[in-house]
Structure formats: structure tokens, C-alpha cells
Design a protein around this ligand. Structure first.
Ligand SMILES: [Zn+2]
Length: 240
């Protein structure tokens, strides 16, 4: 049941089911996220492109020294003026078997690196610009709140710190603790607890069921909906 570079990733729906049922993403997917971070870091550093990890990946580094168990992507920032430099490294990513794509939407511009063409576990690279009162990546409209959450003082980016995730150290903004408090609240040091519903602890094996909300079996669909709604009600506000 685990995903690998030759399979599709555990689907988003399954991610959510793992998240809501067990409080985390499948371990296979988290391993792919780590591989993405490590290789992207190597490629960018090798090209002397400065980067720093952000959002949930930053939380994982400063709190858990790991990928946060509930996370299903990894994120980093680069200076806007280096963004084309990252685009020029596409071949380096492809040589290592990763997927590489520039994505542009109404409210965002980013590079998406995927674990493989088939396995779409992904890493986002956002271009950061100094807007005068802090650094952020260009976002608009409904993402405004997001923008506020993911901004940094330029001085904390100019001189980066570093923090460990698994076996590697990664660049992080200085004063990361302050940003974590702003992003995730005063209790950010306490990992989310999903045990209030007395769910069975996760046991991952080839037989781990993926409950499918689109199953043809109405009983399975009902079970999915019931768990989903119940756990969401309890945990939604706390999810990051
Ligand atoms: Zn997986």
C-alpha cells in the first residue's frame, strides 16, 4: 500500500483520511517529502542559490526535527531575483528523477518539484520580494491572510539560521520561534493531538486500509463521511 517513485502518491483523499483517522500523513509520503527537501537543498546550494524553508516545513524543523506528521507538502522560499536561476536548474532535478514545473495562477507563482513524474508528492518554491514592510511571495485576494502569515523581516532572511530535519540541516529564517508563534499560535510547540476520539493508533502495513469516500460500497462511504465529519468538527480549527 505504500507509494514509491513508480506509483502514484497516496491520493489526496487518502492523505486526508490518514490525517483525520490517525492524525498524520502516510509515512511513505513523508519520506518522499524529506527526499524532496534534501535534494532540492543540494541542487540549490550547489548553484549558490539561497533558500529557506517556510510554513509547516519550518515548524517541523524547529519543533520536531522532522516532517510534521500532518503535513502533505514541503515549502521553501527564494529571493525573487533568484527565481529564474532556479528555473534554469530544471535539468538537475529531472536528472535525479524529479518532476519540475513552473506554476502560475491568479494569486500565486511558484515552482513545483514532484517526487517523480508519477508520484506527485510535492515541494513548492516561492519567490520572495521585499514589499517594504517585510518579505513575502506575491499573493493576492483571498490569500491575503496567508500572505501575512508567511512573511518575514528581511533581516531574518539576510542572515539565516539552520535547523535539522531528519539527517540534514536546512536554512531557516532567524527568529523562527517568533514566526511560529504568529503562524500557529502560542501552543505551537505542542503537536496536535488527535487522540481525543480514542481512535485506534496507526499500524502501517501493506494491509493498511485506504477508506475510500467514493467507494461503491455504501457502508464504506457512510463510514468515511461519519469519521470525516466527526473528526473535522473536533480538529478543523486546530489544523495547520
Ligand atoms: Zn505515500
Amino acid at each position: 500500500m505504500y507509494c514509491n517513485v513508480n506509483t502514484e502518491k497516496c491520493s489526496d483523499r487518502d492523505h486526508y483520511m490518514y490525517k483525520f483517522l490517525y492524525g498524520n500523513s502516510p509515512p511513505c509520503c513523508r519520506s518522499h517529502l524529506y527526499t524532496l527537501l534534501k535534494n532540492t537543498g543540494e541542487i540549490l546550494s550547489g548553484a549558490n542559490i539561497k533558500y529557506w524553508i517556510i510554513a509547516g516545513s519550518l515548524l517541523g524543523a524547529v519543533r520536531d526535527n522532522d516532517i510534521v506528521k500532518t503535513d502533505f507538502d514541503v515549502d521553501m522560499g527564494v529571493f525573487e531575483e533568484d527565481f529564474d536561476g532556479v528555473l534554469n536548474l530544471a535539468d538537475k532535478f529531472i536528472e535525479r528523477g524529479f518532476g519540475f514545473e513552473r506554476q502560475i495562477g491568479i494569486s500565486f507563482l511558484k515552482i513545483v518539484v514532484t517526487r517523480s513524474e508519477k508520484n506527485k508528492n510535492w515541494l513548492d518554491i516561492f519567490p520572495y520580494r521585499n514589499y517594504g514592510n517585510g518579505m513575502c511571495f506575491p499573493v493576492a485576494g483571498t490569500h491575503k491572510k496567508y500572505e501575512e502569515r508567511l512573511g518575514f523581516d528581511e533581516k531574518d532572511i539576510i542572515n539565516l539560521d539552520e535547523a535539522r530535519i531528519r539527517d540534514c540541516y536546512f536554512p531557516i529564517p532567524k527568529n523562527a520561534y517568533i514566526y511560529m508563534k504568529n503562524m500557529y499560535g502560542p501552543d505551537w510547540r505542542t503537536p496536535l493531538q488527535f487522540d481525543t476520539l480514542n481512535l485506534e493508533p496507526p499500524v502501517y502495513s501493506d494491509d493498511t486500509p485506504h477508506i475510500n469516500g467514493d467507494s461503491k460500497d455504501p457502508e464504506e462511504r457512510r463510514r468515511w463521511a461519519k469519521i470525516f465529519l466527526k473528526v473535522r468538527k473536533h480538529n478543523f480549527k486546530k489544523l495547520h
